[in-house]
Design a binder for this molecule. Sequence first.
Ligand SMILES: [Zn+2]
Length: 543
Amino acid sequence: MRFEIKQRRLLSLSLILIFALSVPAQQTRIEQSAPNVERLRSHITYLASDALEGRRTGTEGANKAAEYIAREFAQYGLIPAGGSLSEAHTGASFQKFPFVAGVELGRTNAMLFTPSAATSGATAQTRATSLDLRLQEDWMPLGFSMNGRAENLSATFVGYGITASELNHDDYASADVNGRVAIALADTPDGDNPHGQFARYADVRWKAIAAREHGARALMVVASEENFRDERLAKLSYDNSAGDAGLPVVIVSRQSAQRILTTGGLAPLADLERAARERISSTSSSAAVAVGANQAHKPLALPLQNVSLTIAVDIKRREVPAMNVIGILEGSDPQLKTEAIVIGAHYDHLGRGGSGSLAPREGDIHHGADDNASGVAGLLELARIFSAKRARISRTLVFIAFSGEEEGLLGSSFYVNHPVVPLEQTVAMINMDMIGRMRDNKLIVGGVGTATEWRDWIGMANFKAAPGGLVFTTPDQPNGPRHPISELPAGASVNGSIIGTPKFTLTLNEDGYGPSDHSSFYAKKISVLFAHSLFHRKYYSLN
Ligand SMILES: [Zn+2]
């Protein structure tokens, strides 16, 4: 193995990071510059305590955790950097980001279905035939729907409402939905098959994007459940990672859809569904012909005749504070300190359950000791140790405890769009998520394919961390004396042999994407590392 010694500054950083929690439990020596088991334990004990109620984003428990982390950062002398770096000295360490804790129905939701070619100047007679659809019984707005009122619109049935250019499929290809309501079937032609070619378009968010991009004024999705009360999309919820749809989006019961479609001159719903499926599955096209599509295998877009729709959506979003906690340790090298390395761990967890949890019922606290009080404890220890060694730290270190991770990497997504050090100067991001349950010395490191140096550096660090450290022999005396790696003068390189025993059994994954906050950074083309111990049975259940 050959390496340049000028890499050593970063090498020692990744070394300390990855092996920060490797201190044997029996070690009692308290050292300011070494990871301390008691400190790690006390961080985890507090963060995972009942008092913090599982640290769900936007809750009191999460805010208490944020305050605890901010206090620790302050004790280590980190610069609080919730705002921009220029105001860092006066600002707090909280970086607030928008978060919706819940949605509820407002007062002005309405859907009116008028079975005639109504216009805004419709006569009293045609108005008399209008039918109010009952909120919650016949229809519901979706949580991510735009609020607003769309009046007396024509409508077009657009099959599954999928635009998938890589599949050469566009349900809107022959449809003019401009200024109209697009009526789409839920799900995909693949049915329940999660591996079907259209599976990734099943999410109603994609349908909303397709409808909006084709100029629709509103999207009406037809329920797939016969009983509207069983319909998943009819249960009002909000996905913070998706944001507003940009147009009203509603779901209607199958019975209401049937009435609207047949009144508009189209075939019964079941026939339309069969036609939409068969058109794609390239089998019999008889159904498509039967309902009036001109050609088989062509998009099935059918305008409704003599029907107009009025849709008013009123969703109240309950916004609550959510924040990342950011502390900066300025590098000591006059040149290199303009470069930053982000070290992160999310502090939020699942609170008292709900979606995403395997726990048997809602209400019990998910303490999240491993996920991710363990990572935060590691983060705090690294912040403490590095601040004690500041003179030896060349680059600026940005310590971030993220929130909103469990809700879809919200905190880290917000950070990369509002960084306290510009991303062009951010050379790497190192993430810790679930590092508390190491078994048999097994450690997983992801993201090693995101920088050419990672693999070598991690390999080196793994040797260096082992008892006895890392030694080398010189090329002229391969079996000669062994020198500790620390004896290498700055700027020297080794062409001889590196000798040592690895400390950990490492599993290295190339991918820079993964189920945690480093993904947000890798998406911005920043090199990442992701350290975690083996997944275990208690993942995402009560631990
Ligand atoms: Zn996690």
